[in-house]
Design a protein around this ligand. Structure first.
Ligand SMILES: Cc1cc2nc3c(=O)[nH]c(=O)nc-3n(C[C@H](O)[C@H](O)[C@H](O)COP(=O)(O)OP(=O)(O)OC[C@H]3O[C@@H](n4cnc5c(N)ncnc54)[C@H](O)[C@@H]3O)c2cc1C
Length: 188
């Protein structure tokens, strides 16, 4: 049983995973390698001069892994209610998690399949998004959404920030108090 499972390891999902794992939550990141970010060349990410999409996605995954995220390359096909959370079914197995964050980018088939409330997108070239509240909660308690699938502006820095935001909200709910992740510069 993982505390937080994230579907999708683009900027939104990997960012959520690194916050979750760094907060000490058992974290599962499931991805089937169809990130739109892998087609991008990025020059508008604050603090980074320029980077290829594939390099950004790879670095994001490694950063999440460094803090203890378990990564699996599989397609999530269904999410059903379990005894104390959810069972995520993939093309290769089943995994249990207390909370699930959907970070599936422009792909909305899983969201539609599991029956979370969706709506028409407003961003260019995005068709359907998950209806979320300000915290990233979907219509199913315990299932959250972040990044492009949650309707934010389709830019890497914004989707990554949204993934972090939603993870912080899930962590805070698990902890029962607001969570911040601040490391302090060591004195030299
Ligand atoms: C050609 C192009 C150029 C771009 N250029 C820029 C740019 O210059 N600057 C900029 O800021 N942004 C750019 N973007 C936009 C940027 O890529 C997105 O805004 C953002 O990175 C999307 O992040 P995401 O995590 O929401 O989605 P994605 O990066 O698409 O990640 C979603 C992940 O979910 C996975 N997934 C989906 N469904 C499932 C499932 N059922 N099971 C398992 N895994 C699943 C996919 O495999 C994928 O890895 C560009 C996009 C494109 C297409």
């Amino acid at each position: 049983m993982f505390e937080i499972a994230i579907i999708g390891s683009g900027p939104a999902g990997a960012s959520a995973a690194l916050f979750s794992a760094k907060a000490g939550k058992t974290t599962l990141l499931i991805d089937n390698d169809k990130s739109m970010t892998k087609r991008a060349w990025i020059e508008n990410y604050y603090g980074i001069g320029e980077i290829s999409g594939p390099d950004m996605v790879e670095m994001g995954k490694r950063q999440a892994e460094r803090f203890g995220t378990k990564m699996i390359q599989e397609k999530a096909t269904n999410i059903v209610k379990g005894e104390d959370g959810f069972i995520i079914e993939t093309d290769n197995g089943k995994y249990e998690a207390k909370h699930v964050i959907l970070a599936t980018g422009a792909l909305f088939d899983l969201a539609e399949h599991i029956g979370v409330k969706t709506k028409e997108a407003t961003e260019p070239r995005i068709k359907t998004i998950v209806d979320v509240d300000i915290k990233g909660k979907t219509s199913i308690d315990g299932i959250w959404a972040a990044g492009t699938i949650a309707g934010v502006s389709v830019h890497a820095i914004i989707t990554a920030g949204d993934g972090a935001k939603v993870a912080i909200n899930v962590i805070s709910e698990l902890n029962g108090e607001r969570y911040v992740d601040h490391d302090v510069l060591k004195a030299t």
